[in-house]
Design a protein around this ligand. Structure first.
Ligand code: ZN
Ligand code: ZN
Length: 579
């Protein structure tokens, strides 16, 4: 058996992919075309080639892009996907998915008509101003050239908008007002300390003033639109996508092997399973924490137990320190249990979030470098709680109590996002790093939590499992919430009830999540969808490989393809199983 196995795998390595070289060249052309046509996207990913241009969101430009994308689609279709390597056949489908989703947005979704928050020039200018690779004077000269486009940008934006949603209109007002600071303060401050000539400064200041006027006009236009909603409700569109659009968006965004209906059903079933597990653990723990107090029925007992356990948390002044200490413990556990090779050349650095990155809410998250800056350091940014009032710090720490904080570190750092990122960055493939699949990325982090506990992290205590399930319930409920709000007309009251009563979330958390569910679509599903796929794939591999299955090999193989849709990794693994 072993002999024939190696014979076949040898053979398959020699397999000739006759169109592969040509396909590699096509990929280069493809990505160059994408950047040329989408200067803002290029800039956001760290490619500064087109910084001096701002894309005008006109119908004319859109039509031009549709034409160019059509010819890319035609070229892509000429390749026989069996005559390129399996890795490239993944790329081919990722590229096709992007081209199709672009068309679908132009003709079906049309978010450029109803989402005024799509129009905001702030971020691009902010990124250029912060580009430390250029001297300040050069940055300001790029900004000067780019500013020329701002007035037209907002004129076209206004003409695009038809029947916007109330929620996205309000968001656009808020965010465009927020962008003003860049033009009224940050850029002028930089001009002040620069060595530009008086003439250059005058020209720049004039263009800045025009940009500020344009943004303010856009904001007051949107405020008028908003007033109009009050007198005539038919002028606005519902933020709910409805089933048909949602289903299609789910396909494009998740690229999952499951349909949206399957995922929704799985999430509903999973919620019940989790709640039953939680009731079981609460029973085990009851007398330890409540003595002779009578245990209420069902979820009420779970809520009491969670509230009691949540009081065990670190001191606010030790928050950053506590996280720093946990990372090496996770590393040791992963090594001891043989779960994954961690690259010792890429140690994770935990640091206090730099001041300029704070303000996006508290917490801890991985600061990942973009595809054009892969060798830049990756940090685990942790924001200290010193800006918090004592009450806010207490409520934050109850949420991130002794157990949940460990699960957060598993999710963000090891073996979650950080470890996945190190593996993903080793895949030197521009298509895979530009079109990353969020369901795979979030799914891996959520899978990592489960896998660590299954392997005994936290010593299998009922406290750890109960808190894990509370956390895990969140991503499960996110999925139910998103689908129900977007497709089934779920009311805000019912949504809050679901999150608070069935998911043990605080009112503040649930309110924030409701807002997210009105402003985004399908995004809240990626955690549970990816997790479900990865877990199913692992169980499938266990069955197929039997006693030769190794968790470590599975993890390393799974991560080695980059941040691509799970179904394609599944497909390659399946093909290799047959060899
Ligand atoms: Zn406390
Ligand atoms: Zn995450």
């Amino acid at each position: 058996m072993i002999v024939s196995f190696s014979f076949f795998s040898c053979n398959s390595k020699k397999k000739i992919y006759s169109q592969n070289e040509s396909f590699e060249n096509f990929k280069k052309l493809f990505i160059a075309t994408i950047w040329e046509r989408n200067p803002d996207w290029a800039l956001a990913l760290g490619n500064h080639e087109y910084d001096e241009r701002l894309e005008i969101p006109s119908k004319e430009n859109r039509d031009k892009k549709i034409g160019i994308y059509k010819s890319l689609t035609d070229s892509l279709k000429k390749y026989d996907w069996k005559k390129i390597t399996p890795e490239n056949s993944i790329d081919a489908r990722i590229m096709m998915n992007y081209l199709e989703s672009f068309n679908w947005n132009c003709y079906e979704l049309k978010s450029f008509e109803w989402n005024p928050a799509e129009y905001n020039v702030g971020e691009g200018f902010d990124l250029i101003l912060g580009n430390s690779k250029l001297v300040l004077e050069k940055r300001l000269s790029v900004i000067n050239n780019r500013l020329k486009y701002v007035p037209e940008f907002y004129i076209v934006a206004k003409s695009n908008i038809q029947k916007p949603t109330i929620e996205h209109t309000e968001l656009a007002i808020l965010q465009n007002k927020g962008a003003l600071e860049i033009f009224e303060k940050n850029i002028p401050d930089s001009i002040g300390i620069s060595k530009l000539t008086v003439e250059e400064k005058t020209e720049l200041n004039n263009r800045l003033s025009q940009a500020i006027v344009s943004i303010k006009e856009y904001v007051s236009y949107l405020e008028q639109v908003k007033k109009g909603f009050e007198s005539d409700t038919t002028t606005s569109r519902s933020f709910r996508l409805g089933k048909a659009l949602y289903e299609k968006k789910f396909q494009f965004e998740m690229q999952s092997c499951f349909s949206v209906d399957q995922i929704f059903q799985k999430a509903k079933d999973h919620k019940t399973e989790i709640q039953n597990e939680m009731i079981g653990y609460t029973k085990q723990l009851w007398s330890k924490y409540f003595g002779a107090v009578e245990m209420p029925e069902g979820l009420a007992s779970v809520k009491m137990m969670i509230d009691t356990l949540s009081k065990q948390h670190c001191l606010p002044e030790l928050y950053v320190e506590t996280i720093k200490k946990q990372i090496p413990e996770l590393e040791v556990f992963i090594k001891q249990k043989n779960l994954l090779t961690l690259d010792s050349n890429k140690p994770l650095e935990v640091r206090e979030t730099p001041k300029y990155l704070r303000g996006g809410g508290a917490g801890a998250s991985i600061n990942a470098p973009g595809p054009y800056d892969k060798n830049a350091k990756t940090y685990y940014n942790v924001t200290p709680l010193d800006g918090y009032s004592p009450d806010d710090a207490e409520s934050y720490l109850r949420e991130y109590n002794n157990w949940i904080l460990q699960i957060l570190n598993i999710h963000e750092a090891l073996p979650g996002h950080y470890a996945q990122l190190v593996y993903s960055n080793k895949v030197d493939d521009i298509i895979k790093s530009v079109f990353q699949n969020n369901a795979m990325i979030e799914g891996w982090a959520v899978y990592g939590e489960r896998m660590m506990l299954e392997e005994g992290y936290g010593n299998n205590t009922p406290e750890m499992w109960l808190m894990y399930y509370k956390w895990h319930l969140r991503s499960t409920i996110n999925t139910i919430l998103d689908y129900s709000v977007q497709c089934l007309n779920m009311s805000k009251d019912d949504a809050l009830k679901l999150m608070i009563e069935e998911g043990f979330q605080t009112k503040a958390e649930a309110e924030g999540k409701w807002r997210r569910a009105t402003l985004t679509q399908t995004q809240l599903c990626c955690y549970f969808t990816g997790y479900t796929e990865i877990y199913a794939l692992r169980e499938d591999q266990k069955k197929v490989l039997g006693s030769s299955f190794s968790l470590k090999s599975f993890h390393e193989k799974f991560l080695s393809y980059g941040s691509v849709p799970v179904k394609y990794i599944w497909e390659i693994m399946k093909a290799e199983d047959k060899n």
